[in-house]
Design a binder for this molecule. Structure first.
Ligand code: HMG
Ligand code: MG
Length: 303
């Protein structure tokens, strides 16, 4: 039998990945309240927003306002996406604990998402990483399309290794292996993780699985089997990437926490409070949480 980690560290990316694709505007006050509810539920890492072009992603145009409105809780790490020096310079005034540069294992996705090649993206990230580290800010690297790409189809593990080596080379401290469009299945995801583990150790690699094809939980289990213990998820299963049409949100944090707790793995998260946080944002968006666990627990409460 596989030996699973005893503890898992989660990053809720709901306020960022979750809300970056919403058609109707979500006020900064709602994003702030959601972040507060996540930290009250026990999340110790929250991806709050991104400092990208408001012409490209208007949903994140209130980045500084959201960061300024947070009542920060000790021990919680607040991270933000920064694609270039312009984004970093804007972000640093908001005092993030961690910045995230984001590249792709697919050339076509890199072009569509950040308007440059993989090689050019690394040139843009290098000074960001250097400045952040000099300022004592942690640095994470997101790697999109590590199993499949909406434009190029299947992505070979060698492409993932190539990107991981470049990320390592510029000083990125830890990386996210992202299945951006949720097409991955367990063995393919393990291959992408193993490619990354050539350059980063087990403590430095996290799984970021969108759930488009319902594979995010099996992919998480397959990652746990390799010893991966950091994962990203989105409250109420919110989200999708504006440059990955048809892709749904990350695995719902509620679903992930239910599975982990059921396996005896600690997360430090209170599932009941988490479900309430998901209901809060889903009520605002006028829909049901996109989480089987949340809906089941809501039905149980009602009954
Ligand atoms: P660009 O057009 O190549 O940038 O965009 P540029 O340097 O040529 O500048 C053009 C204009 O953008 C200029 O303004 C700049 O000032 C401005 P103008 O003179 O025309 O008025 N600009 C900026 N404004 C604000 N913040 C900035 C910034 N940089 C330039 N940081 C850029 C390049 C990366 C900015 C653009 O392509 C962009 O914003 N893309 C959005 C990417 C994005 O947010 N995608 C979603 C997040 S990634 C994701 O969801 C995947 C992930 O979840 C993992 C997974 O699931 O795969 C992380
Ligand atoms: Mg994502």
């Amino acid at each position: 039998m596989a030996r699973y980690p005893q503890r898992v560290q989660l990053i809720d990316v709901g306020p960022r990945d979750g809300l970056q694709n919403e058609k109707s505007p979500v006020p900064a006050a709602v994003k702030i309240e959601l972040t507060h509810r996540l930290q009250d539920a026990g999340l110790t890492e929250i991806e709050v927003t991104s400092f990208v072009s408001p012409k490209w992603v208007p949903q994140m145009g209130d980045n500084a306002e959201v960061m300024a409105g947070l009542a920060r809780k000790a021990g919680v790490r607040y991270s933000v996406l920064t694609p270039n020096m312009k984004g970093y310079e804007a972000a640093v005034a908001s005092q993030p604990d961690e910045i995230v540069v984001f590249g792709a294992a697919s050339e076509a996705f890199s072009q569509r998402n950040i308007n440059c090649s993989i090689a050019e993206s690394i040139e843009r990230f290098a000074p960001v990483v250097e400045a952040a580290k000099a300022a004592g800010i942690a640095v994470r690297g997101a790697m999109s399309c590590t199993v499949g790409c909406p434009y190029e189809g299947e992505i070979a593990p060698s492409r993932v290794a190539y990107l991981a080596e470049l990320m390592k080379g510029i000083g990125v401290e830890r990386v996210d292996v992202a299945d951006t469009i949720g097409v991955g299945t367990p063995i393919k995801v393990q291959k992408a993780l193993e490619a990354t583990l050539q350059y980063f150790n087990l403590d430095q690699v996290s799984g970021h699985f969108h759930d488009t094809y319902g594979q995010a939980l099996p992919n998480t289990l397959a990652s746990l089997e390799l010893g991966i213990w950091n994962f990203q998820s989105s409250i109420a299963g919110l989200g999708g990437c504006p440059y990955a049409k048809g892709a749904t949100g990350n695995v719902a944090t509620e679903d992930l926490v239910y599975m982990l707790h059921g396996m005896g793995i600690e997360t430090g998260i209170d599932l009941d409070k988490l479900v309430d946080a998901g209901i809060y944002i889903s009520d605002f968006l006028q829909r049901k949480p996109n989480s089987r666990v949340a809906v089941a627990l809501m039905n149980k409460r009602a009954g």
